[in-house]
Write a protein that binds this ligand. Structure first.
Ligand code: BTN
Length: 246
């Protein structure tokens, strides 16, 4: 086992990603180490957002990886791998899990998990990766203005033991990471694309030119989302260049 080989728990922290980065500076972490906590006072989301999580209700974890086999240009493979591992875990409990590009984890139209991947790149190598995951397990009320949060417990009406969930998630992520190490890239991309939220169906999207009807076809090797328009034109987007109209 690589992911989950070492577990570091602190009752509360500003942010597990920030704490993992501090430990990494002192070379205190081996590959696969997981830093986790019950509560973050300054949990970080994508694009500077805060990540809401009630004390002791959810999984808040950061995994340290040294993915030297991945060229920095292909770093989206890491996002795909982590997204797939979280979906594998959720499918232990619920039948369907999708990935809203680039890496929000959705159940139906609601967000159950967020991922914050921070890569440190030195020259032509990824020196280390901190993969932060916030996975909502037992929280039943959300107070922030996040659009559509949900938890496993809200979906199934049951509550879950967080230690069991952490061990299962680590094992599912470990299997996916081994797929990445064995350079099974085409398979990872294929499985990622096939689980994309709103794949191949017509929905409205918004880009810098306004709202249009389109359907998601795939992602390219850089992780850009490919959306086809009714007239047949295909546009490619980096993160934040296109919004889903939910
Ligand atoms: C998102 O905006 O969707 C990403 C949210 C990522 C939150 C997790 S919680 C554990 C880790 N530590 C952080 O500060 N953020 C990530």
């Amino acid at each position: 086992m690589i992911i989950g080989s070492n577990l570091f728990f602190l009752e509360n922290l500003p942010s597990t990603n920030t704490h993992a980065a501090d430990l990494l500076k002192n070379n205190d972490l081996t590959e696969g180490a997981i830093v986790y906590t019950n509560y973050q006072s300054a949990g970080r989301g994508q694009t500077g957002n805060r990540w809401e999580s009630e004390d002791g209700k959810n999984l808040l974890i950061s995994i340290v990886l040294f993915p030297s086999m991945i060229n920095p240009a292909d770093q989206f493979l890491i996002s795909m791998t982590v997204s797939l591992g979280i979906c594998d875990f959720l499918k232990r409990y619920i039948p369907v899990c999708t990935i809203k590009w680039p890496n929000d984890i959705y159940v139906n139209n609601d967000k159950i998990a967020g991922i914050l991947i921070e890569n440190s790149i030195m020259g032509n190598q990824i020196e280390n990766t901190i993969a932060g995951i916030g996975l909502n397990i037992n929280q039943d009320k959300f107070l922030s203005d996040a659009t559509n949060p949900v938890s496993l417990s809200l979906i199934t009406g049951r509550s879950y033991d967080l230690t069991t969930c952490l061990n299962q998630l680590a094992s599912d992520l470990d299997k996916r990471y081994k797929q990445l190490i064995s350079e099974n890239f085409a398979q990872i991309k294929h499985e990622y694309v096939s689980q994309l939220y709103r794949l191949n169906e017509w929905y409205n999207f918004r880009d810098m030119n306004g709202i249009y009807a389109g359907r998601i076809l795939s992602v390219n090797d850089k992780g850009k989302l490919q959306i086809e328009r009714r007239a047949g034109k295909i546009s490619e987007y980096y993160f934040k260049e296109v919004d889903f109209i939910l």
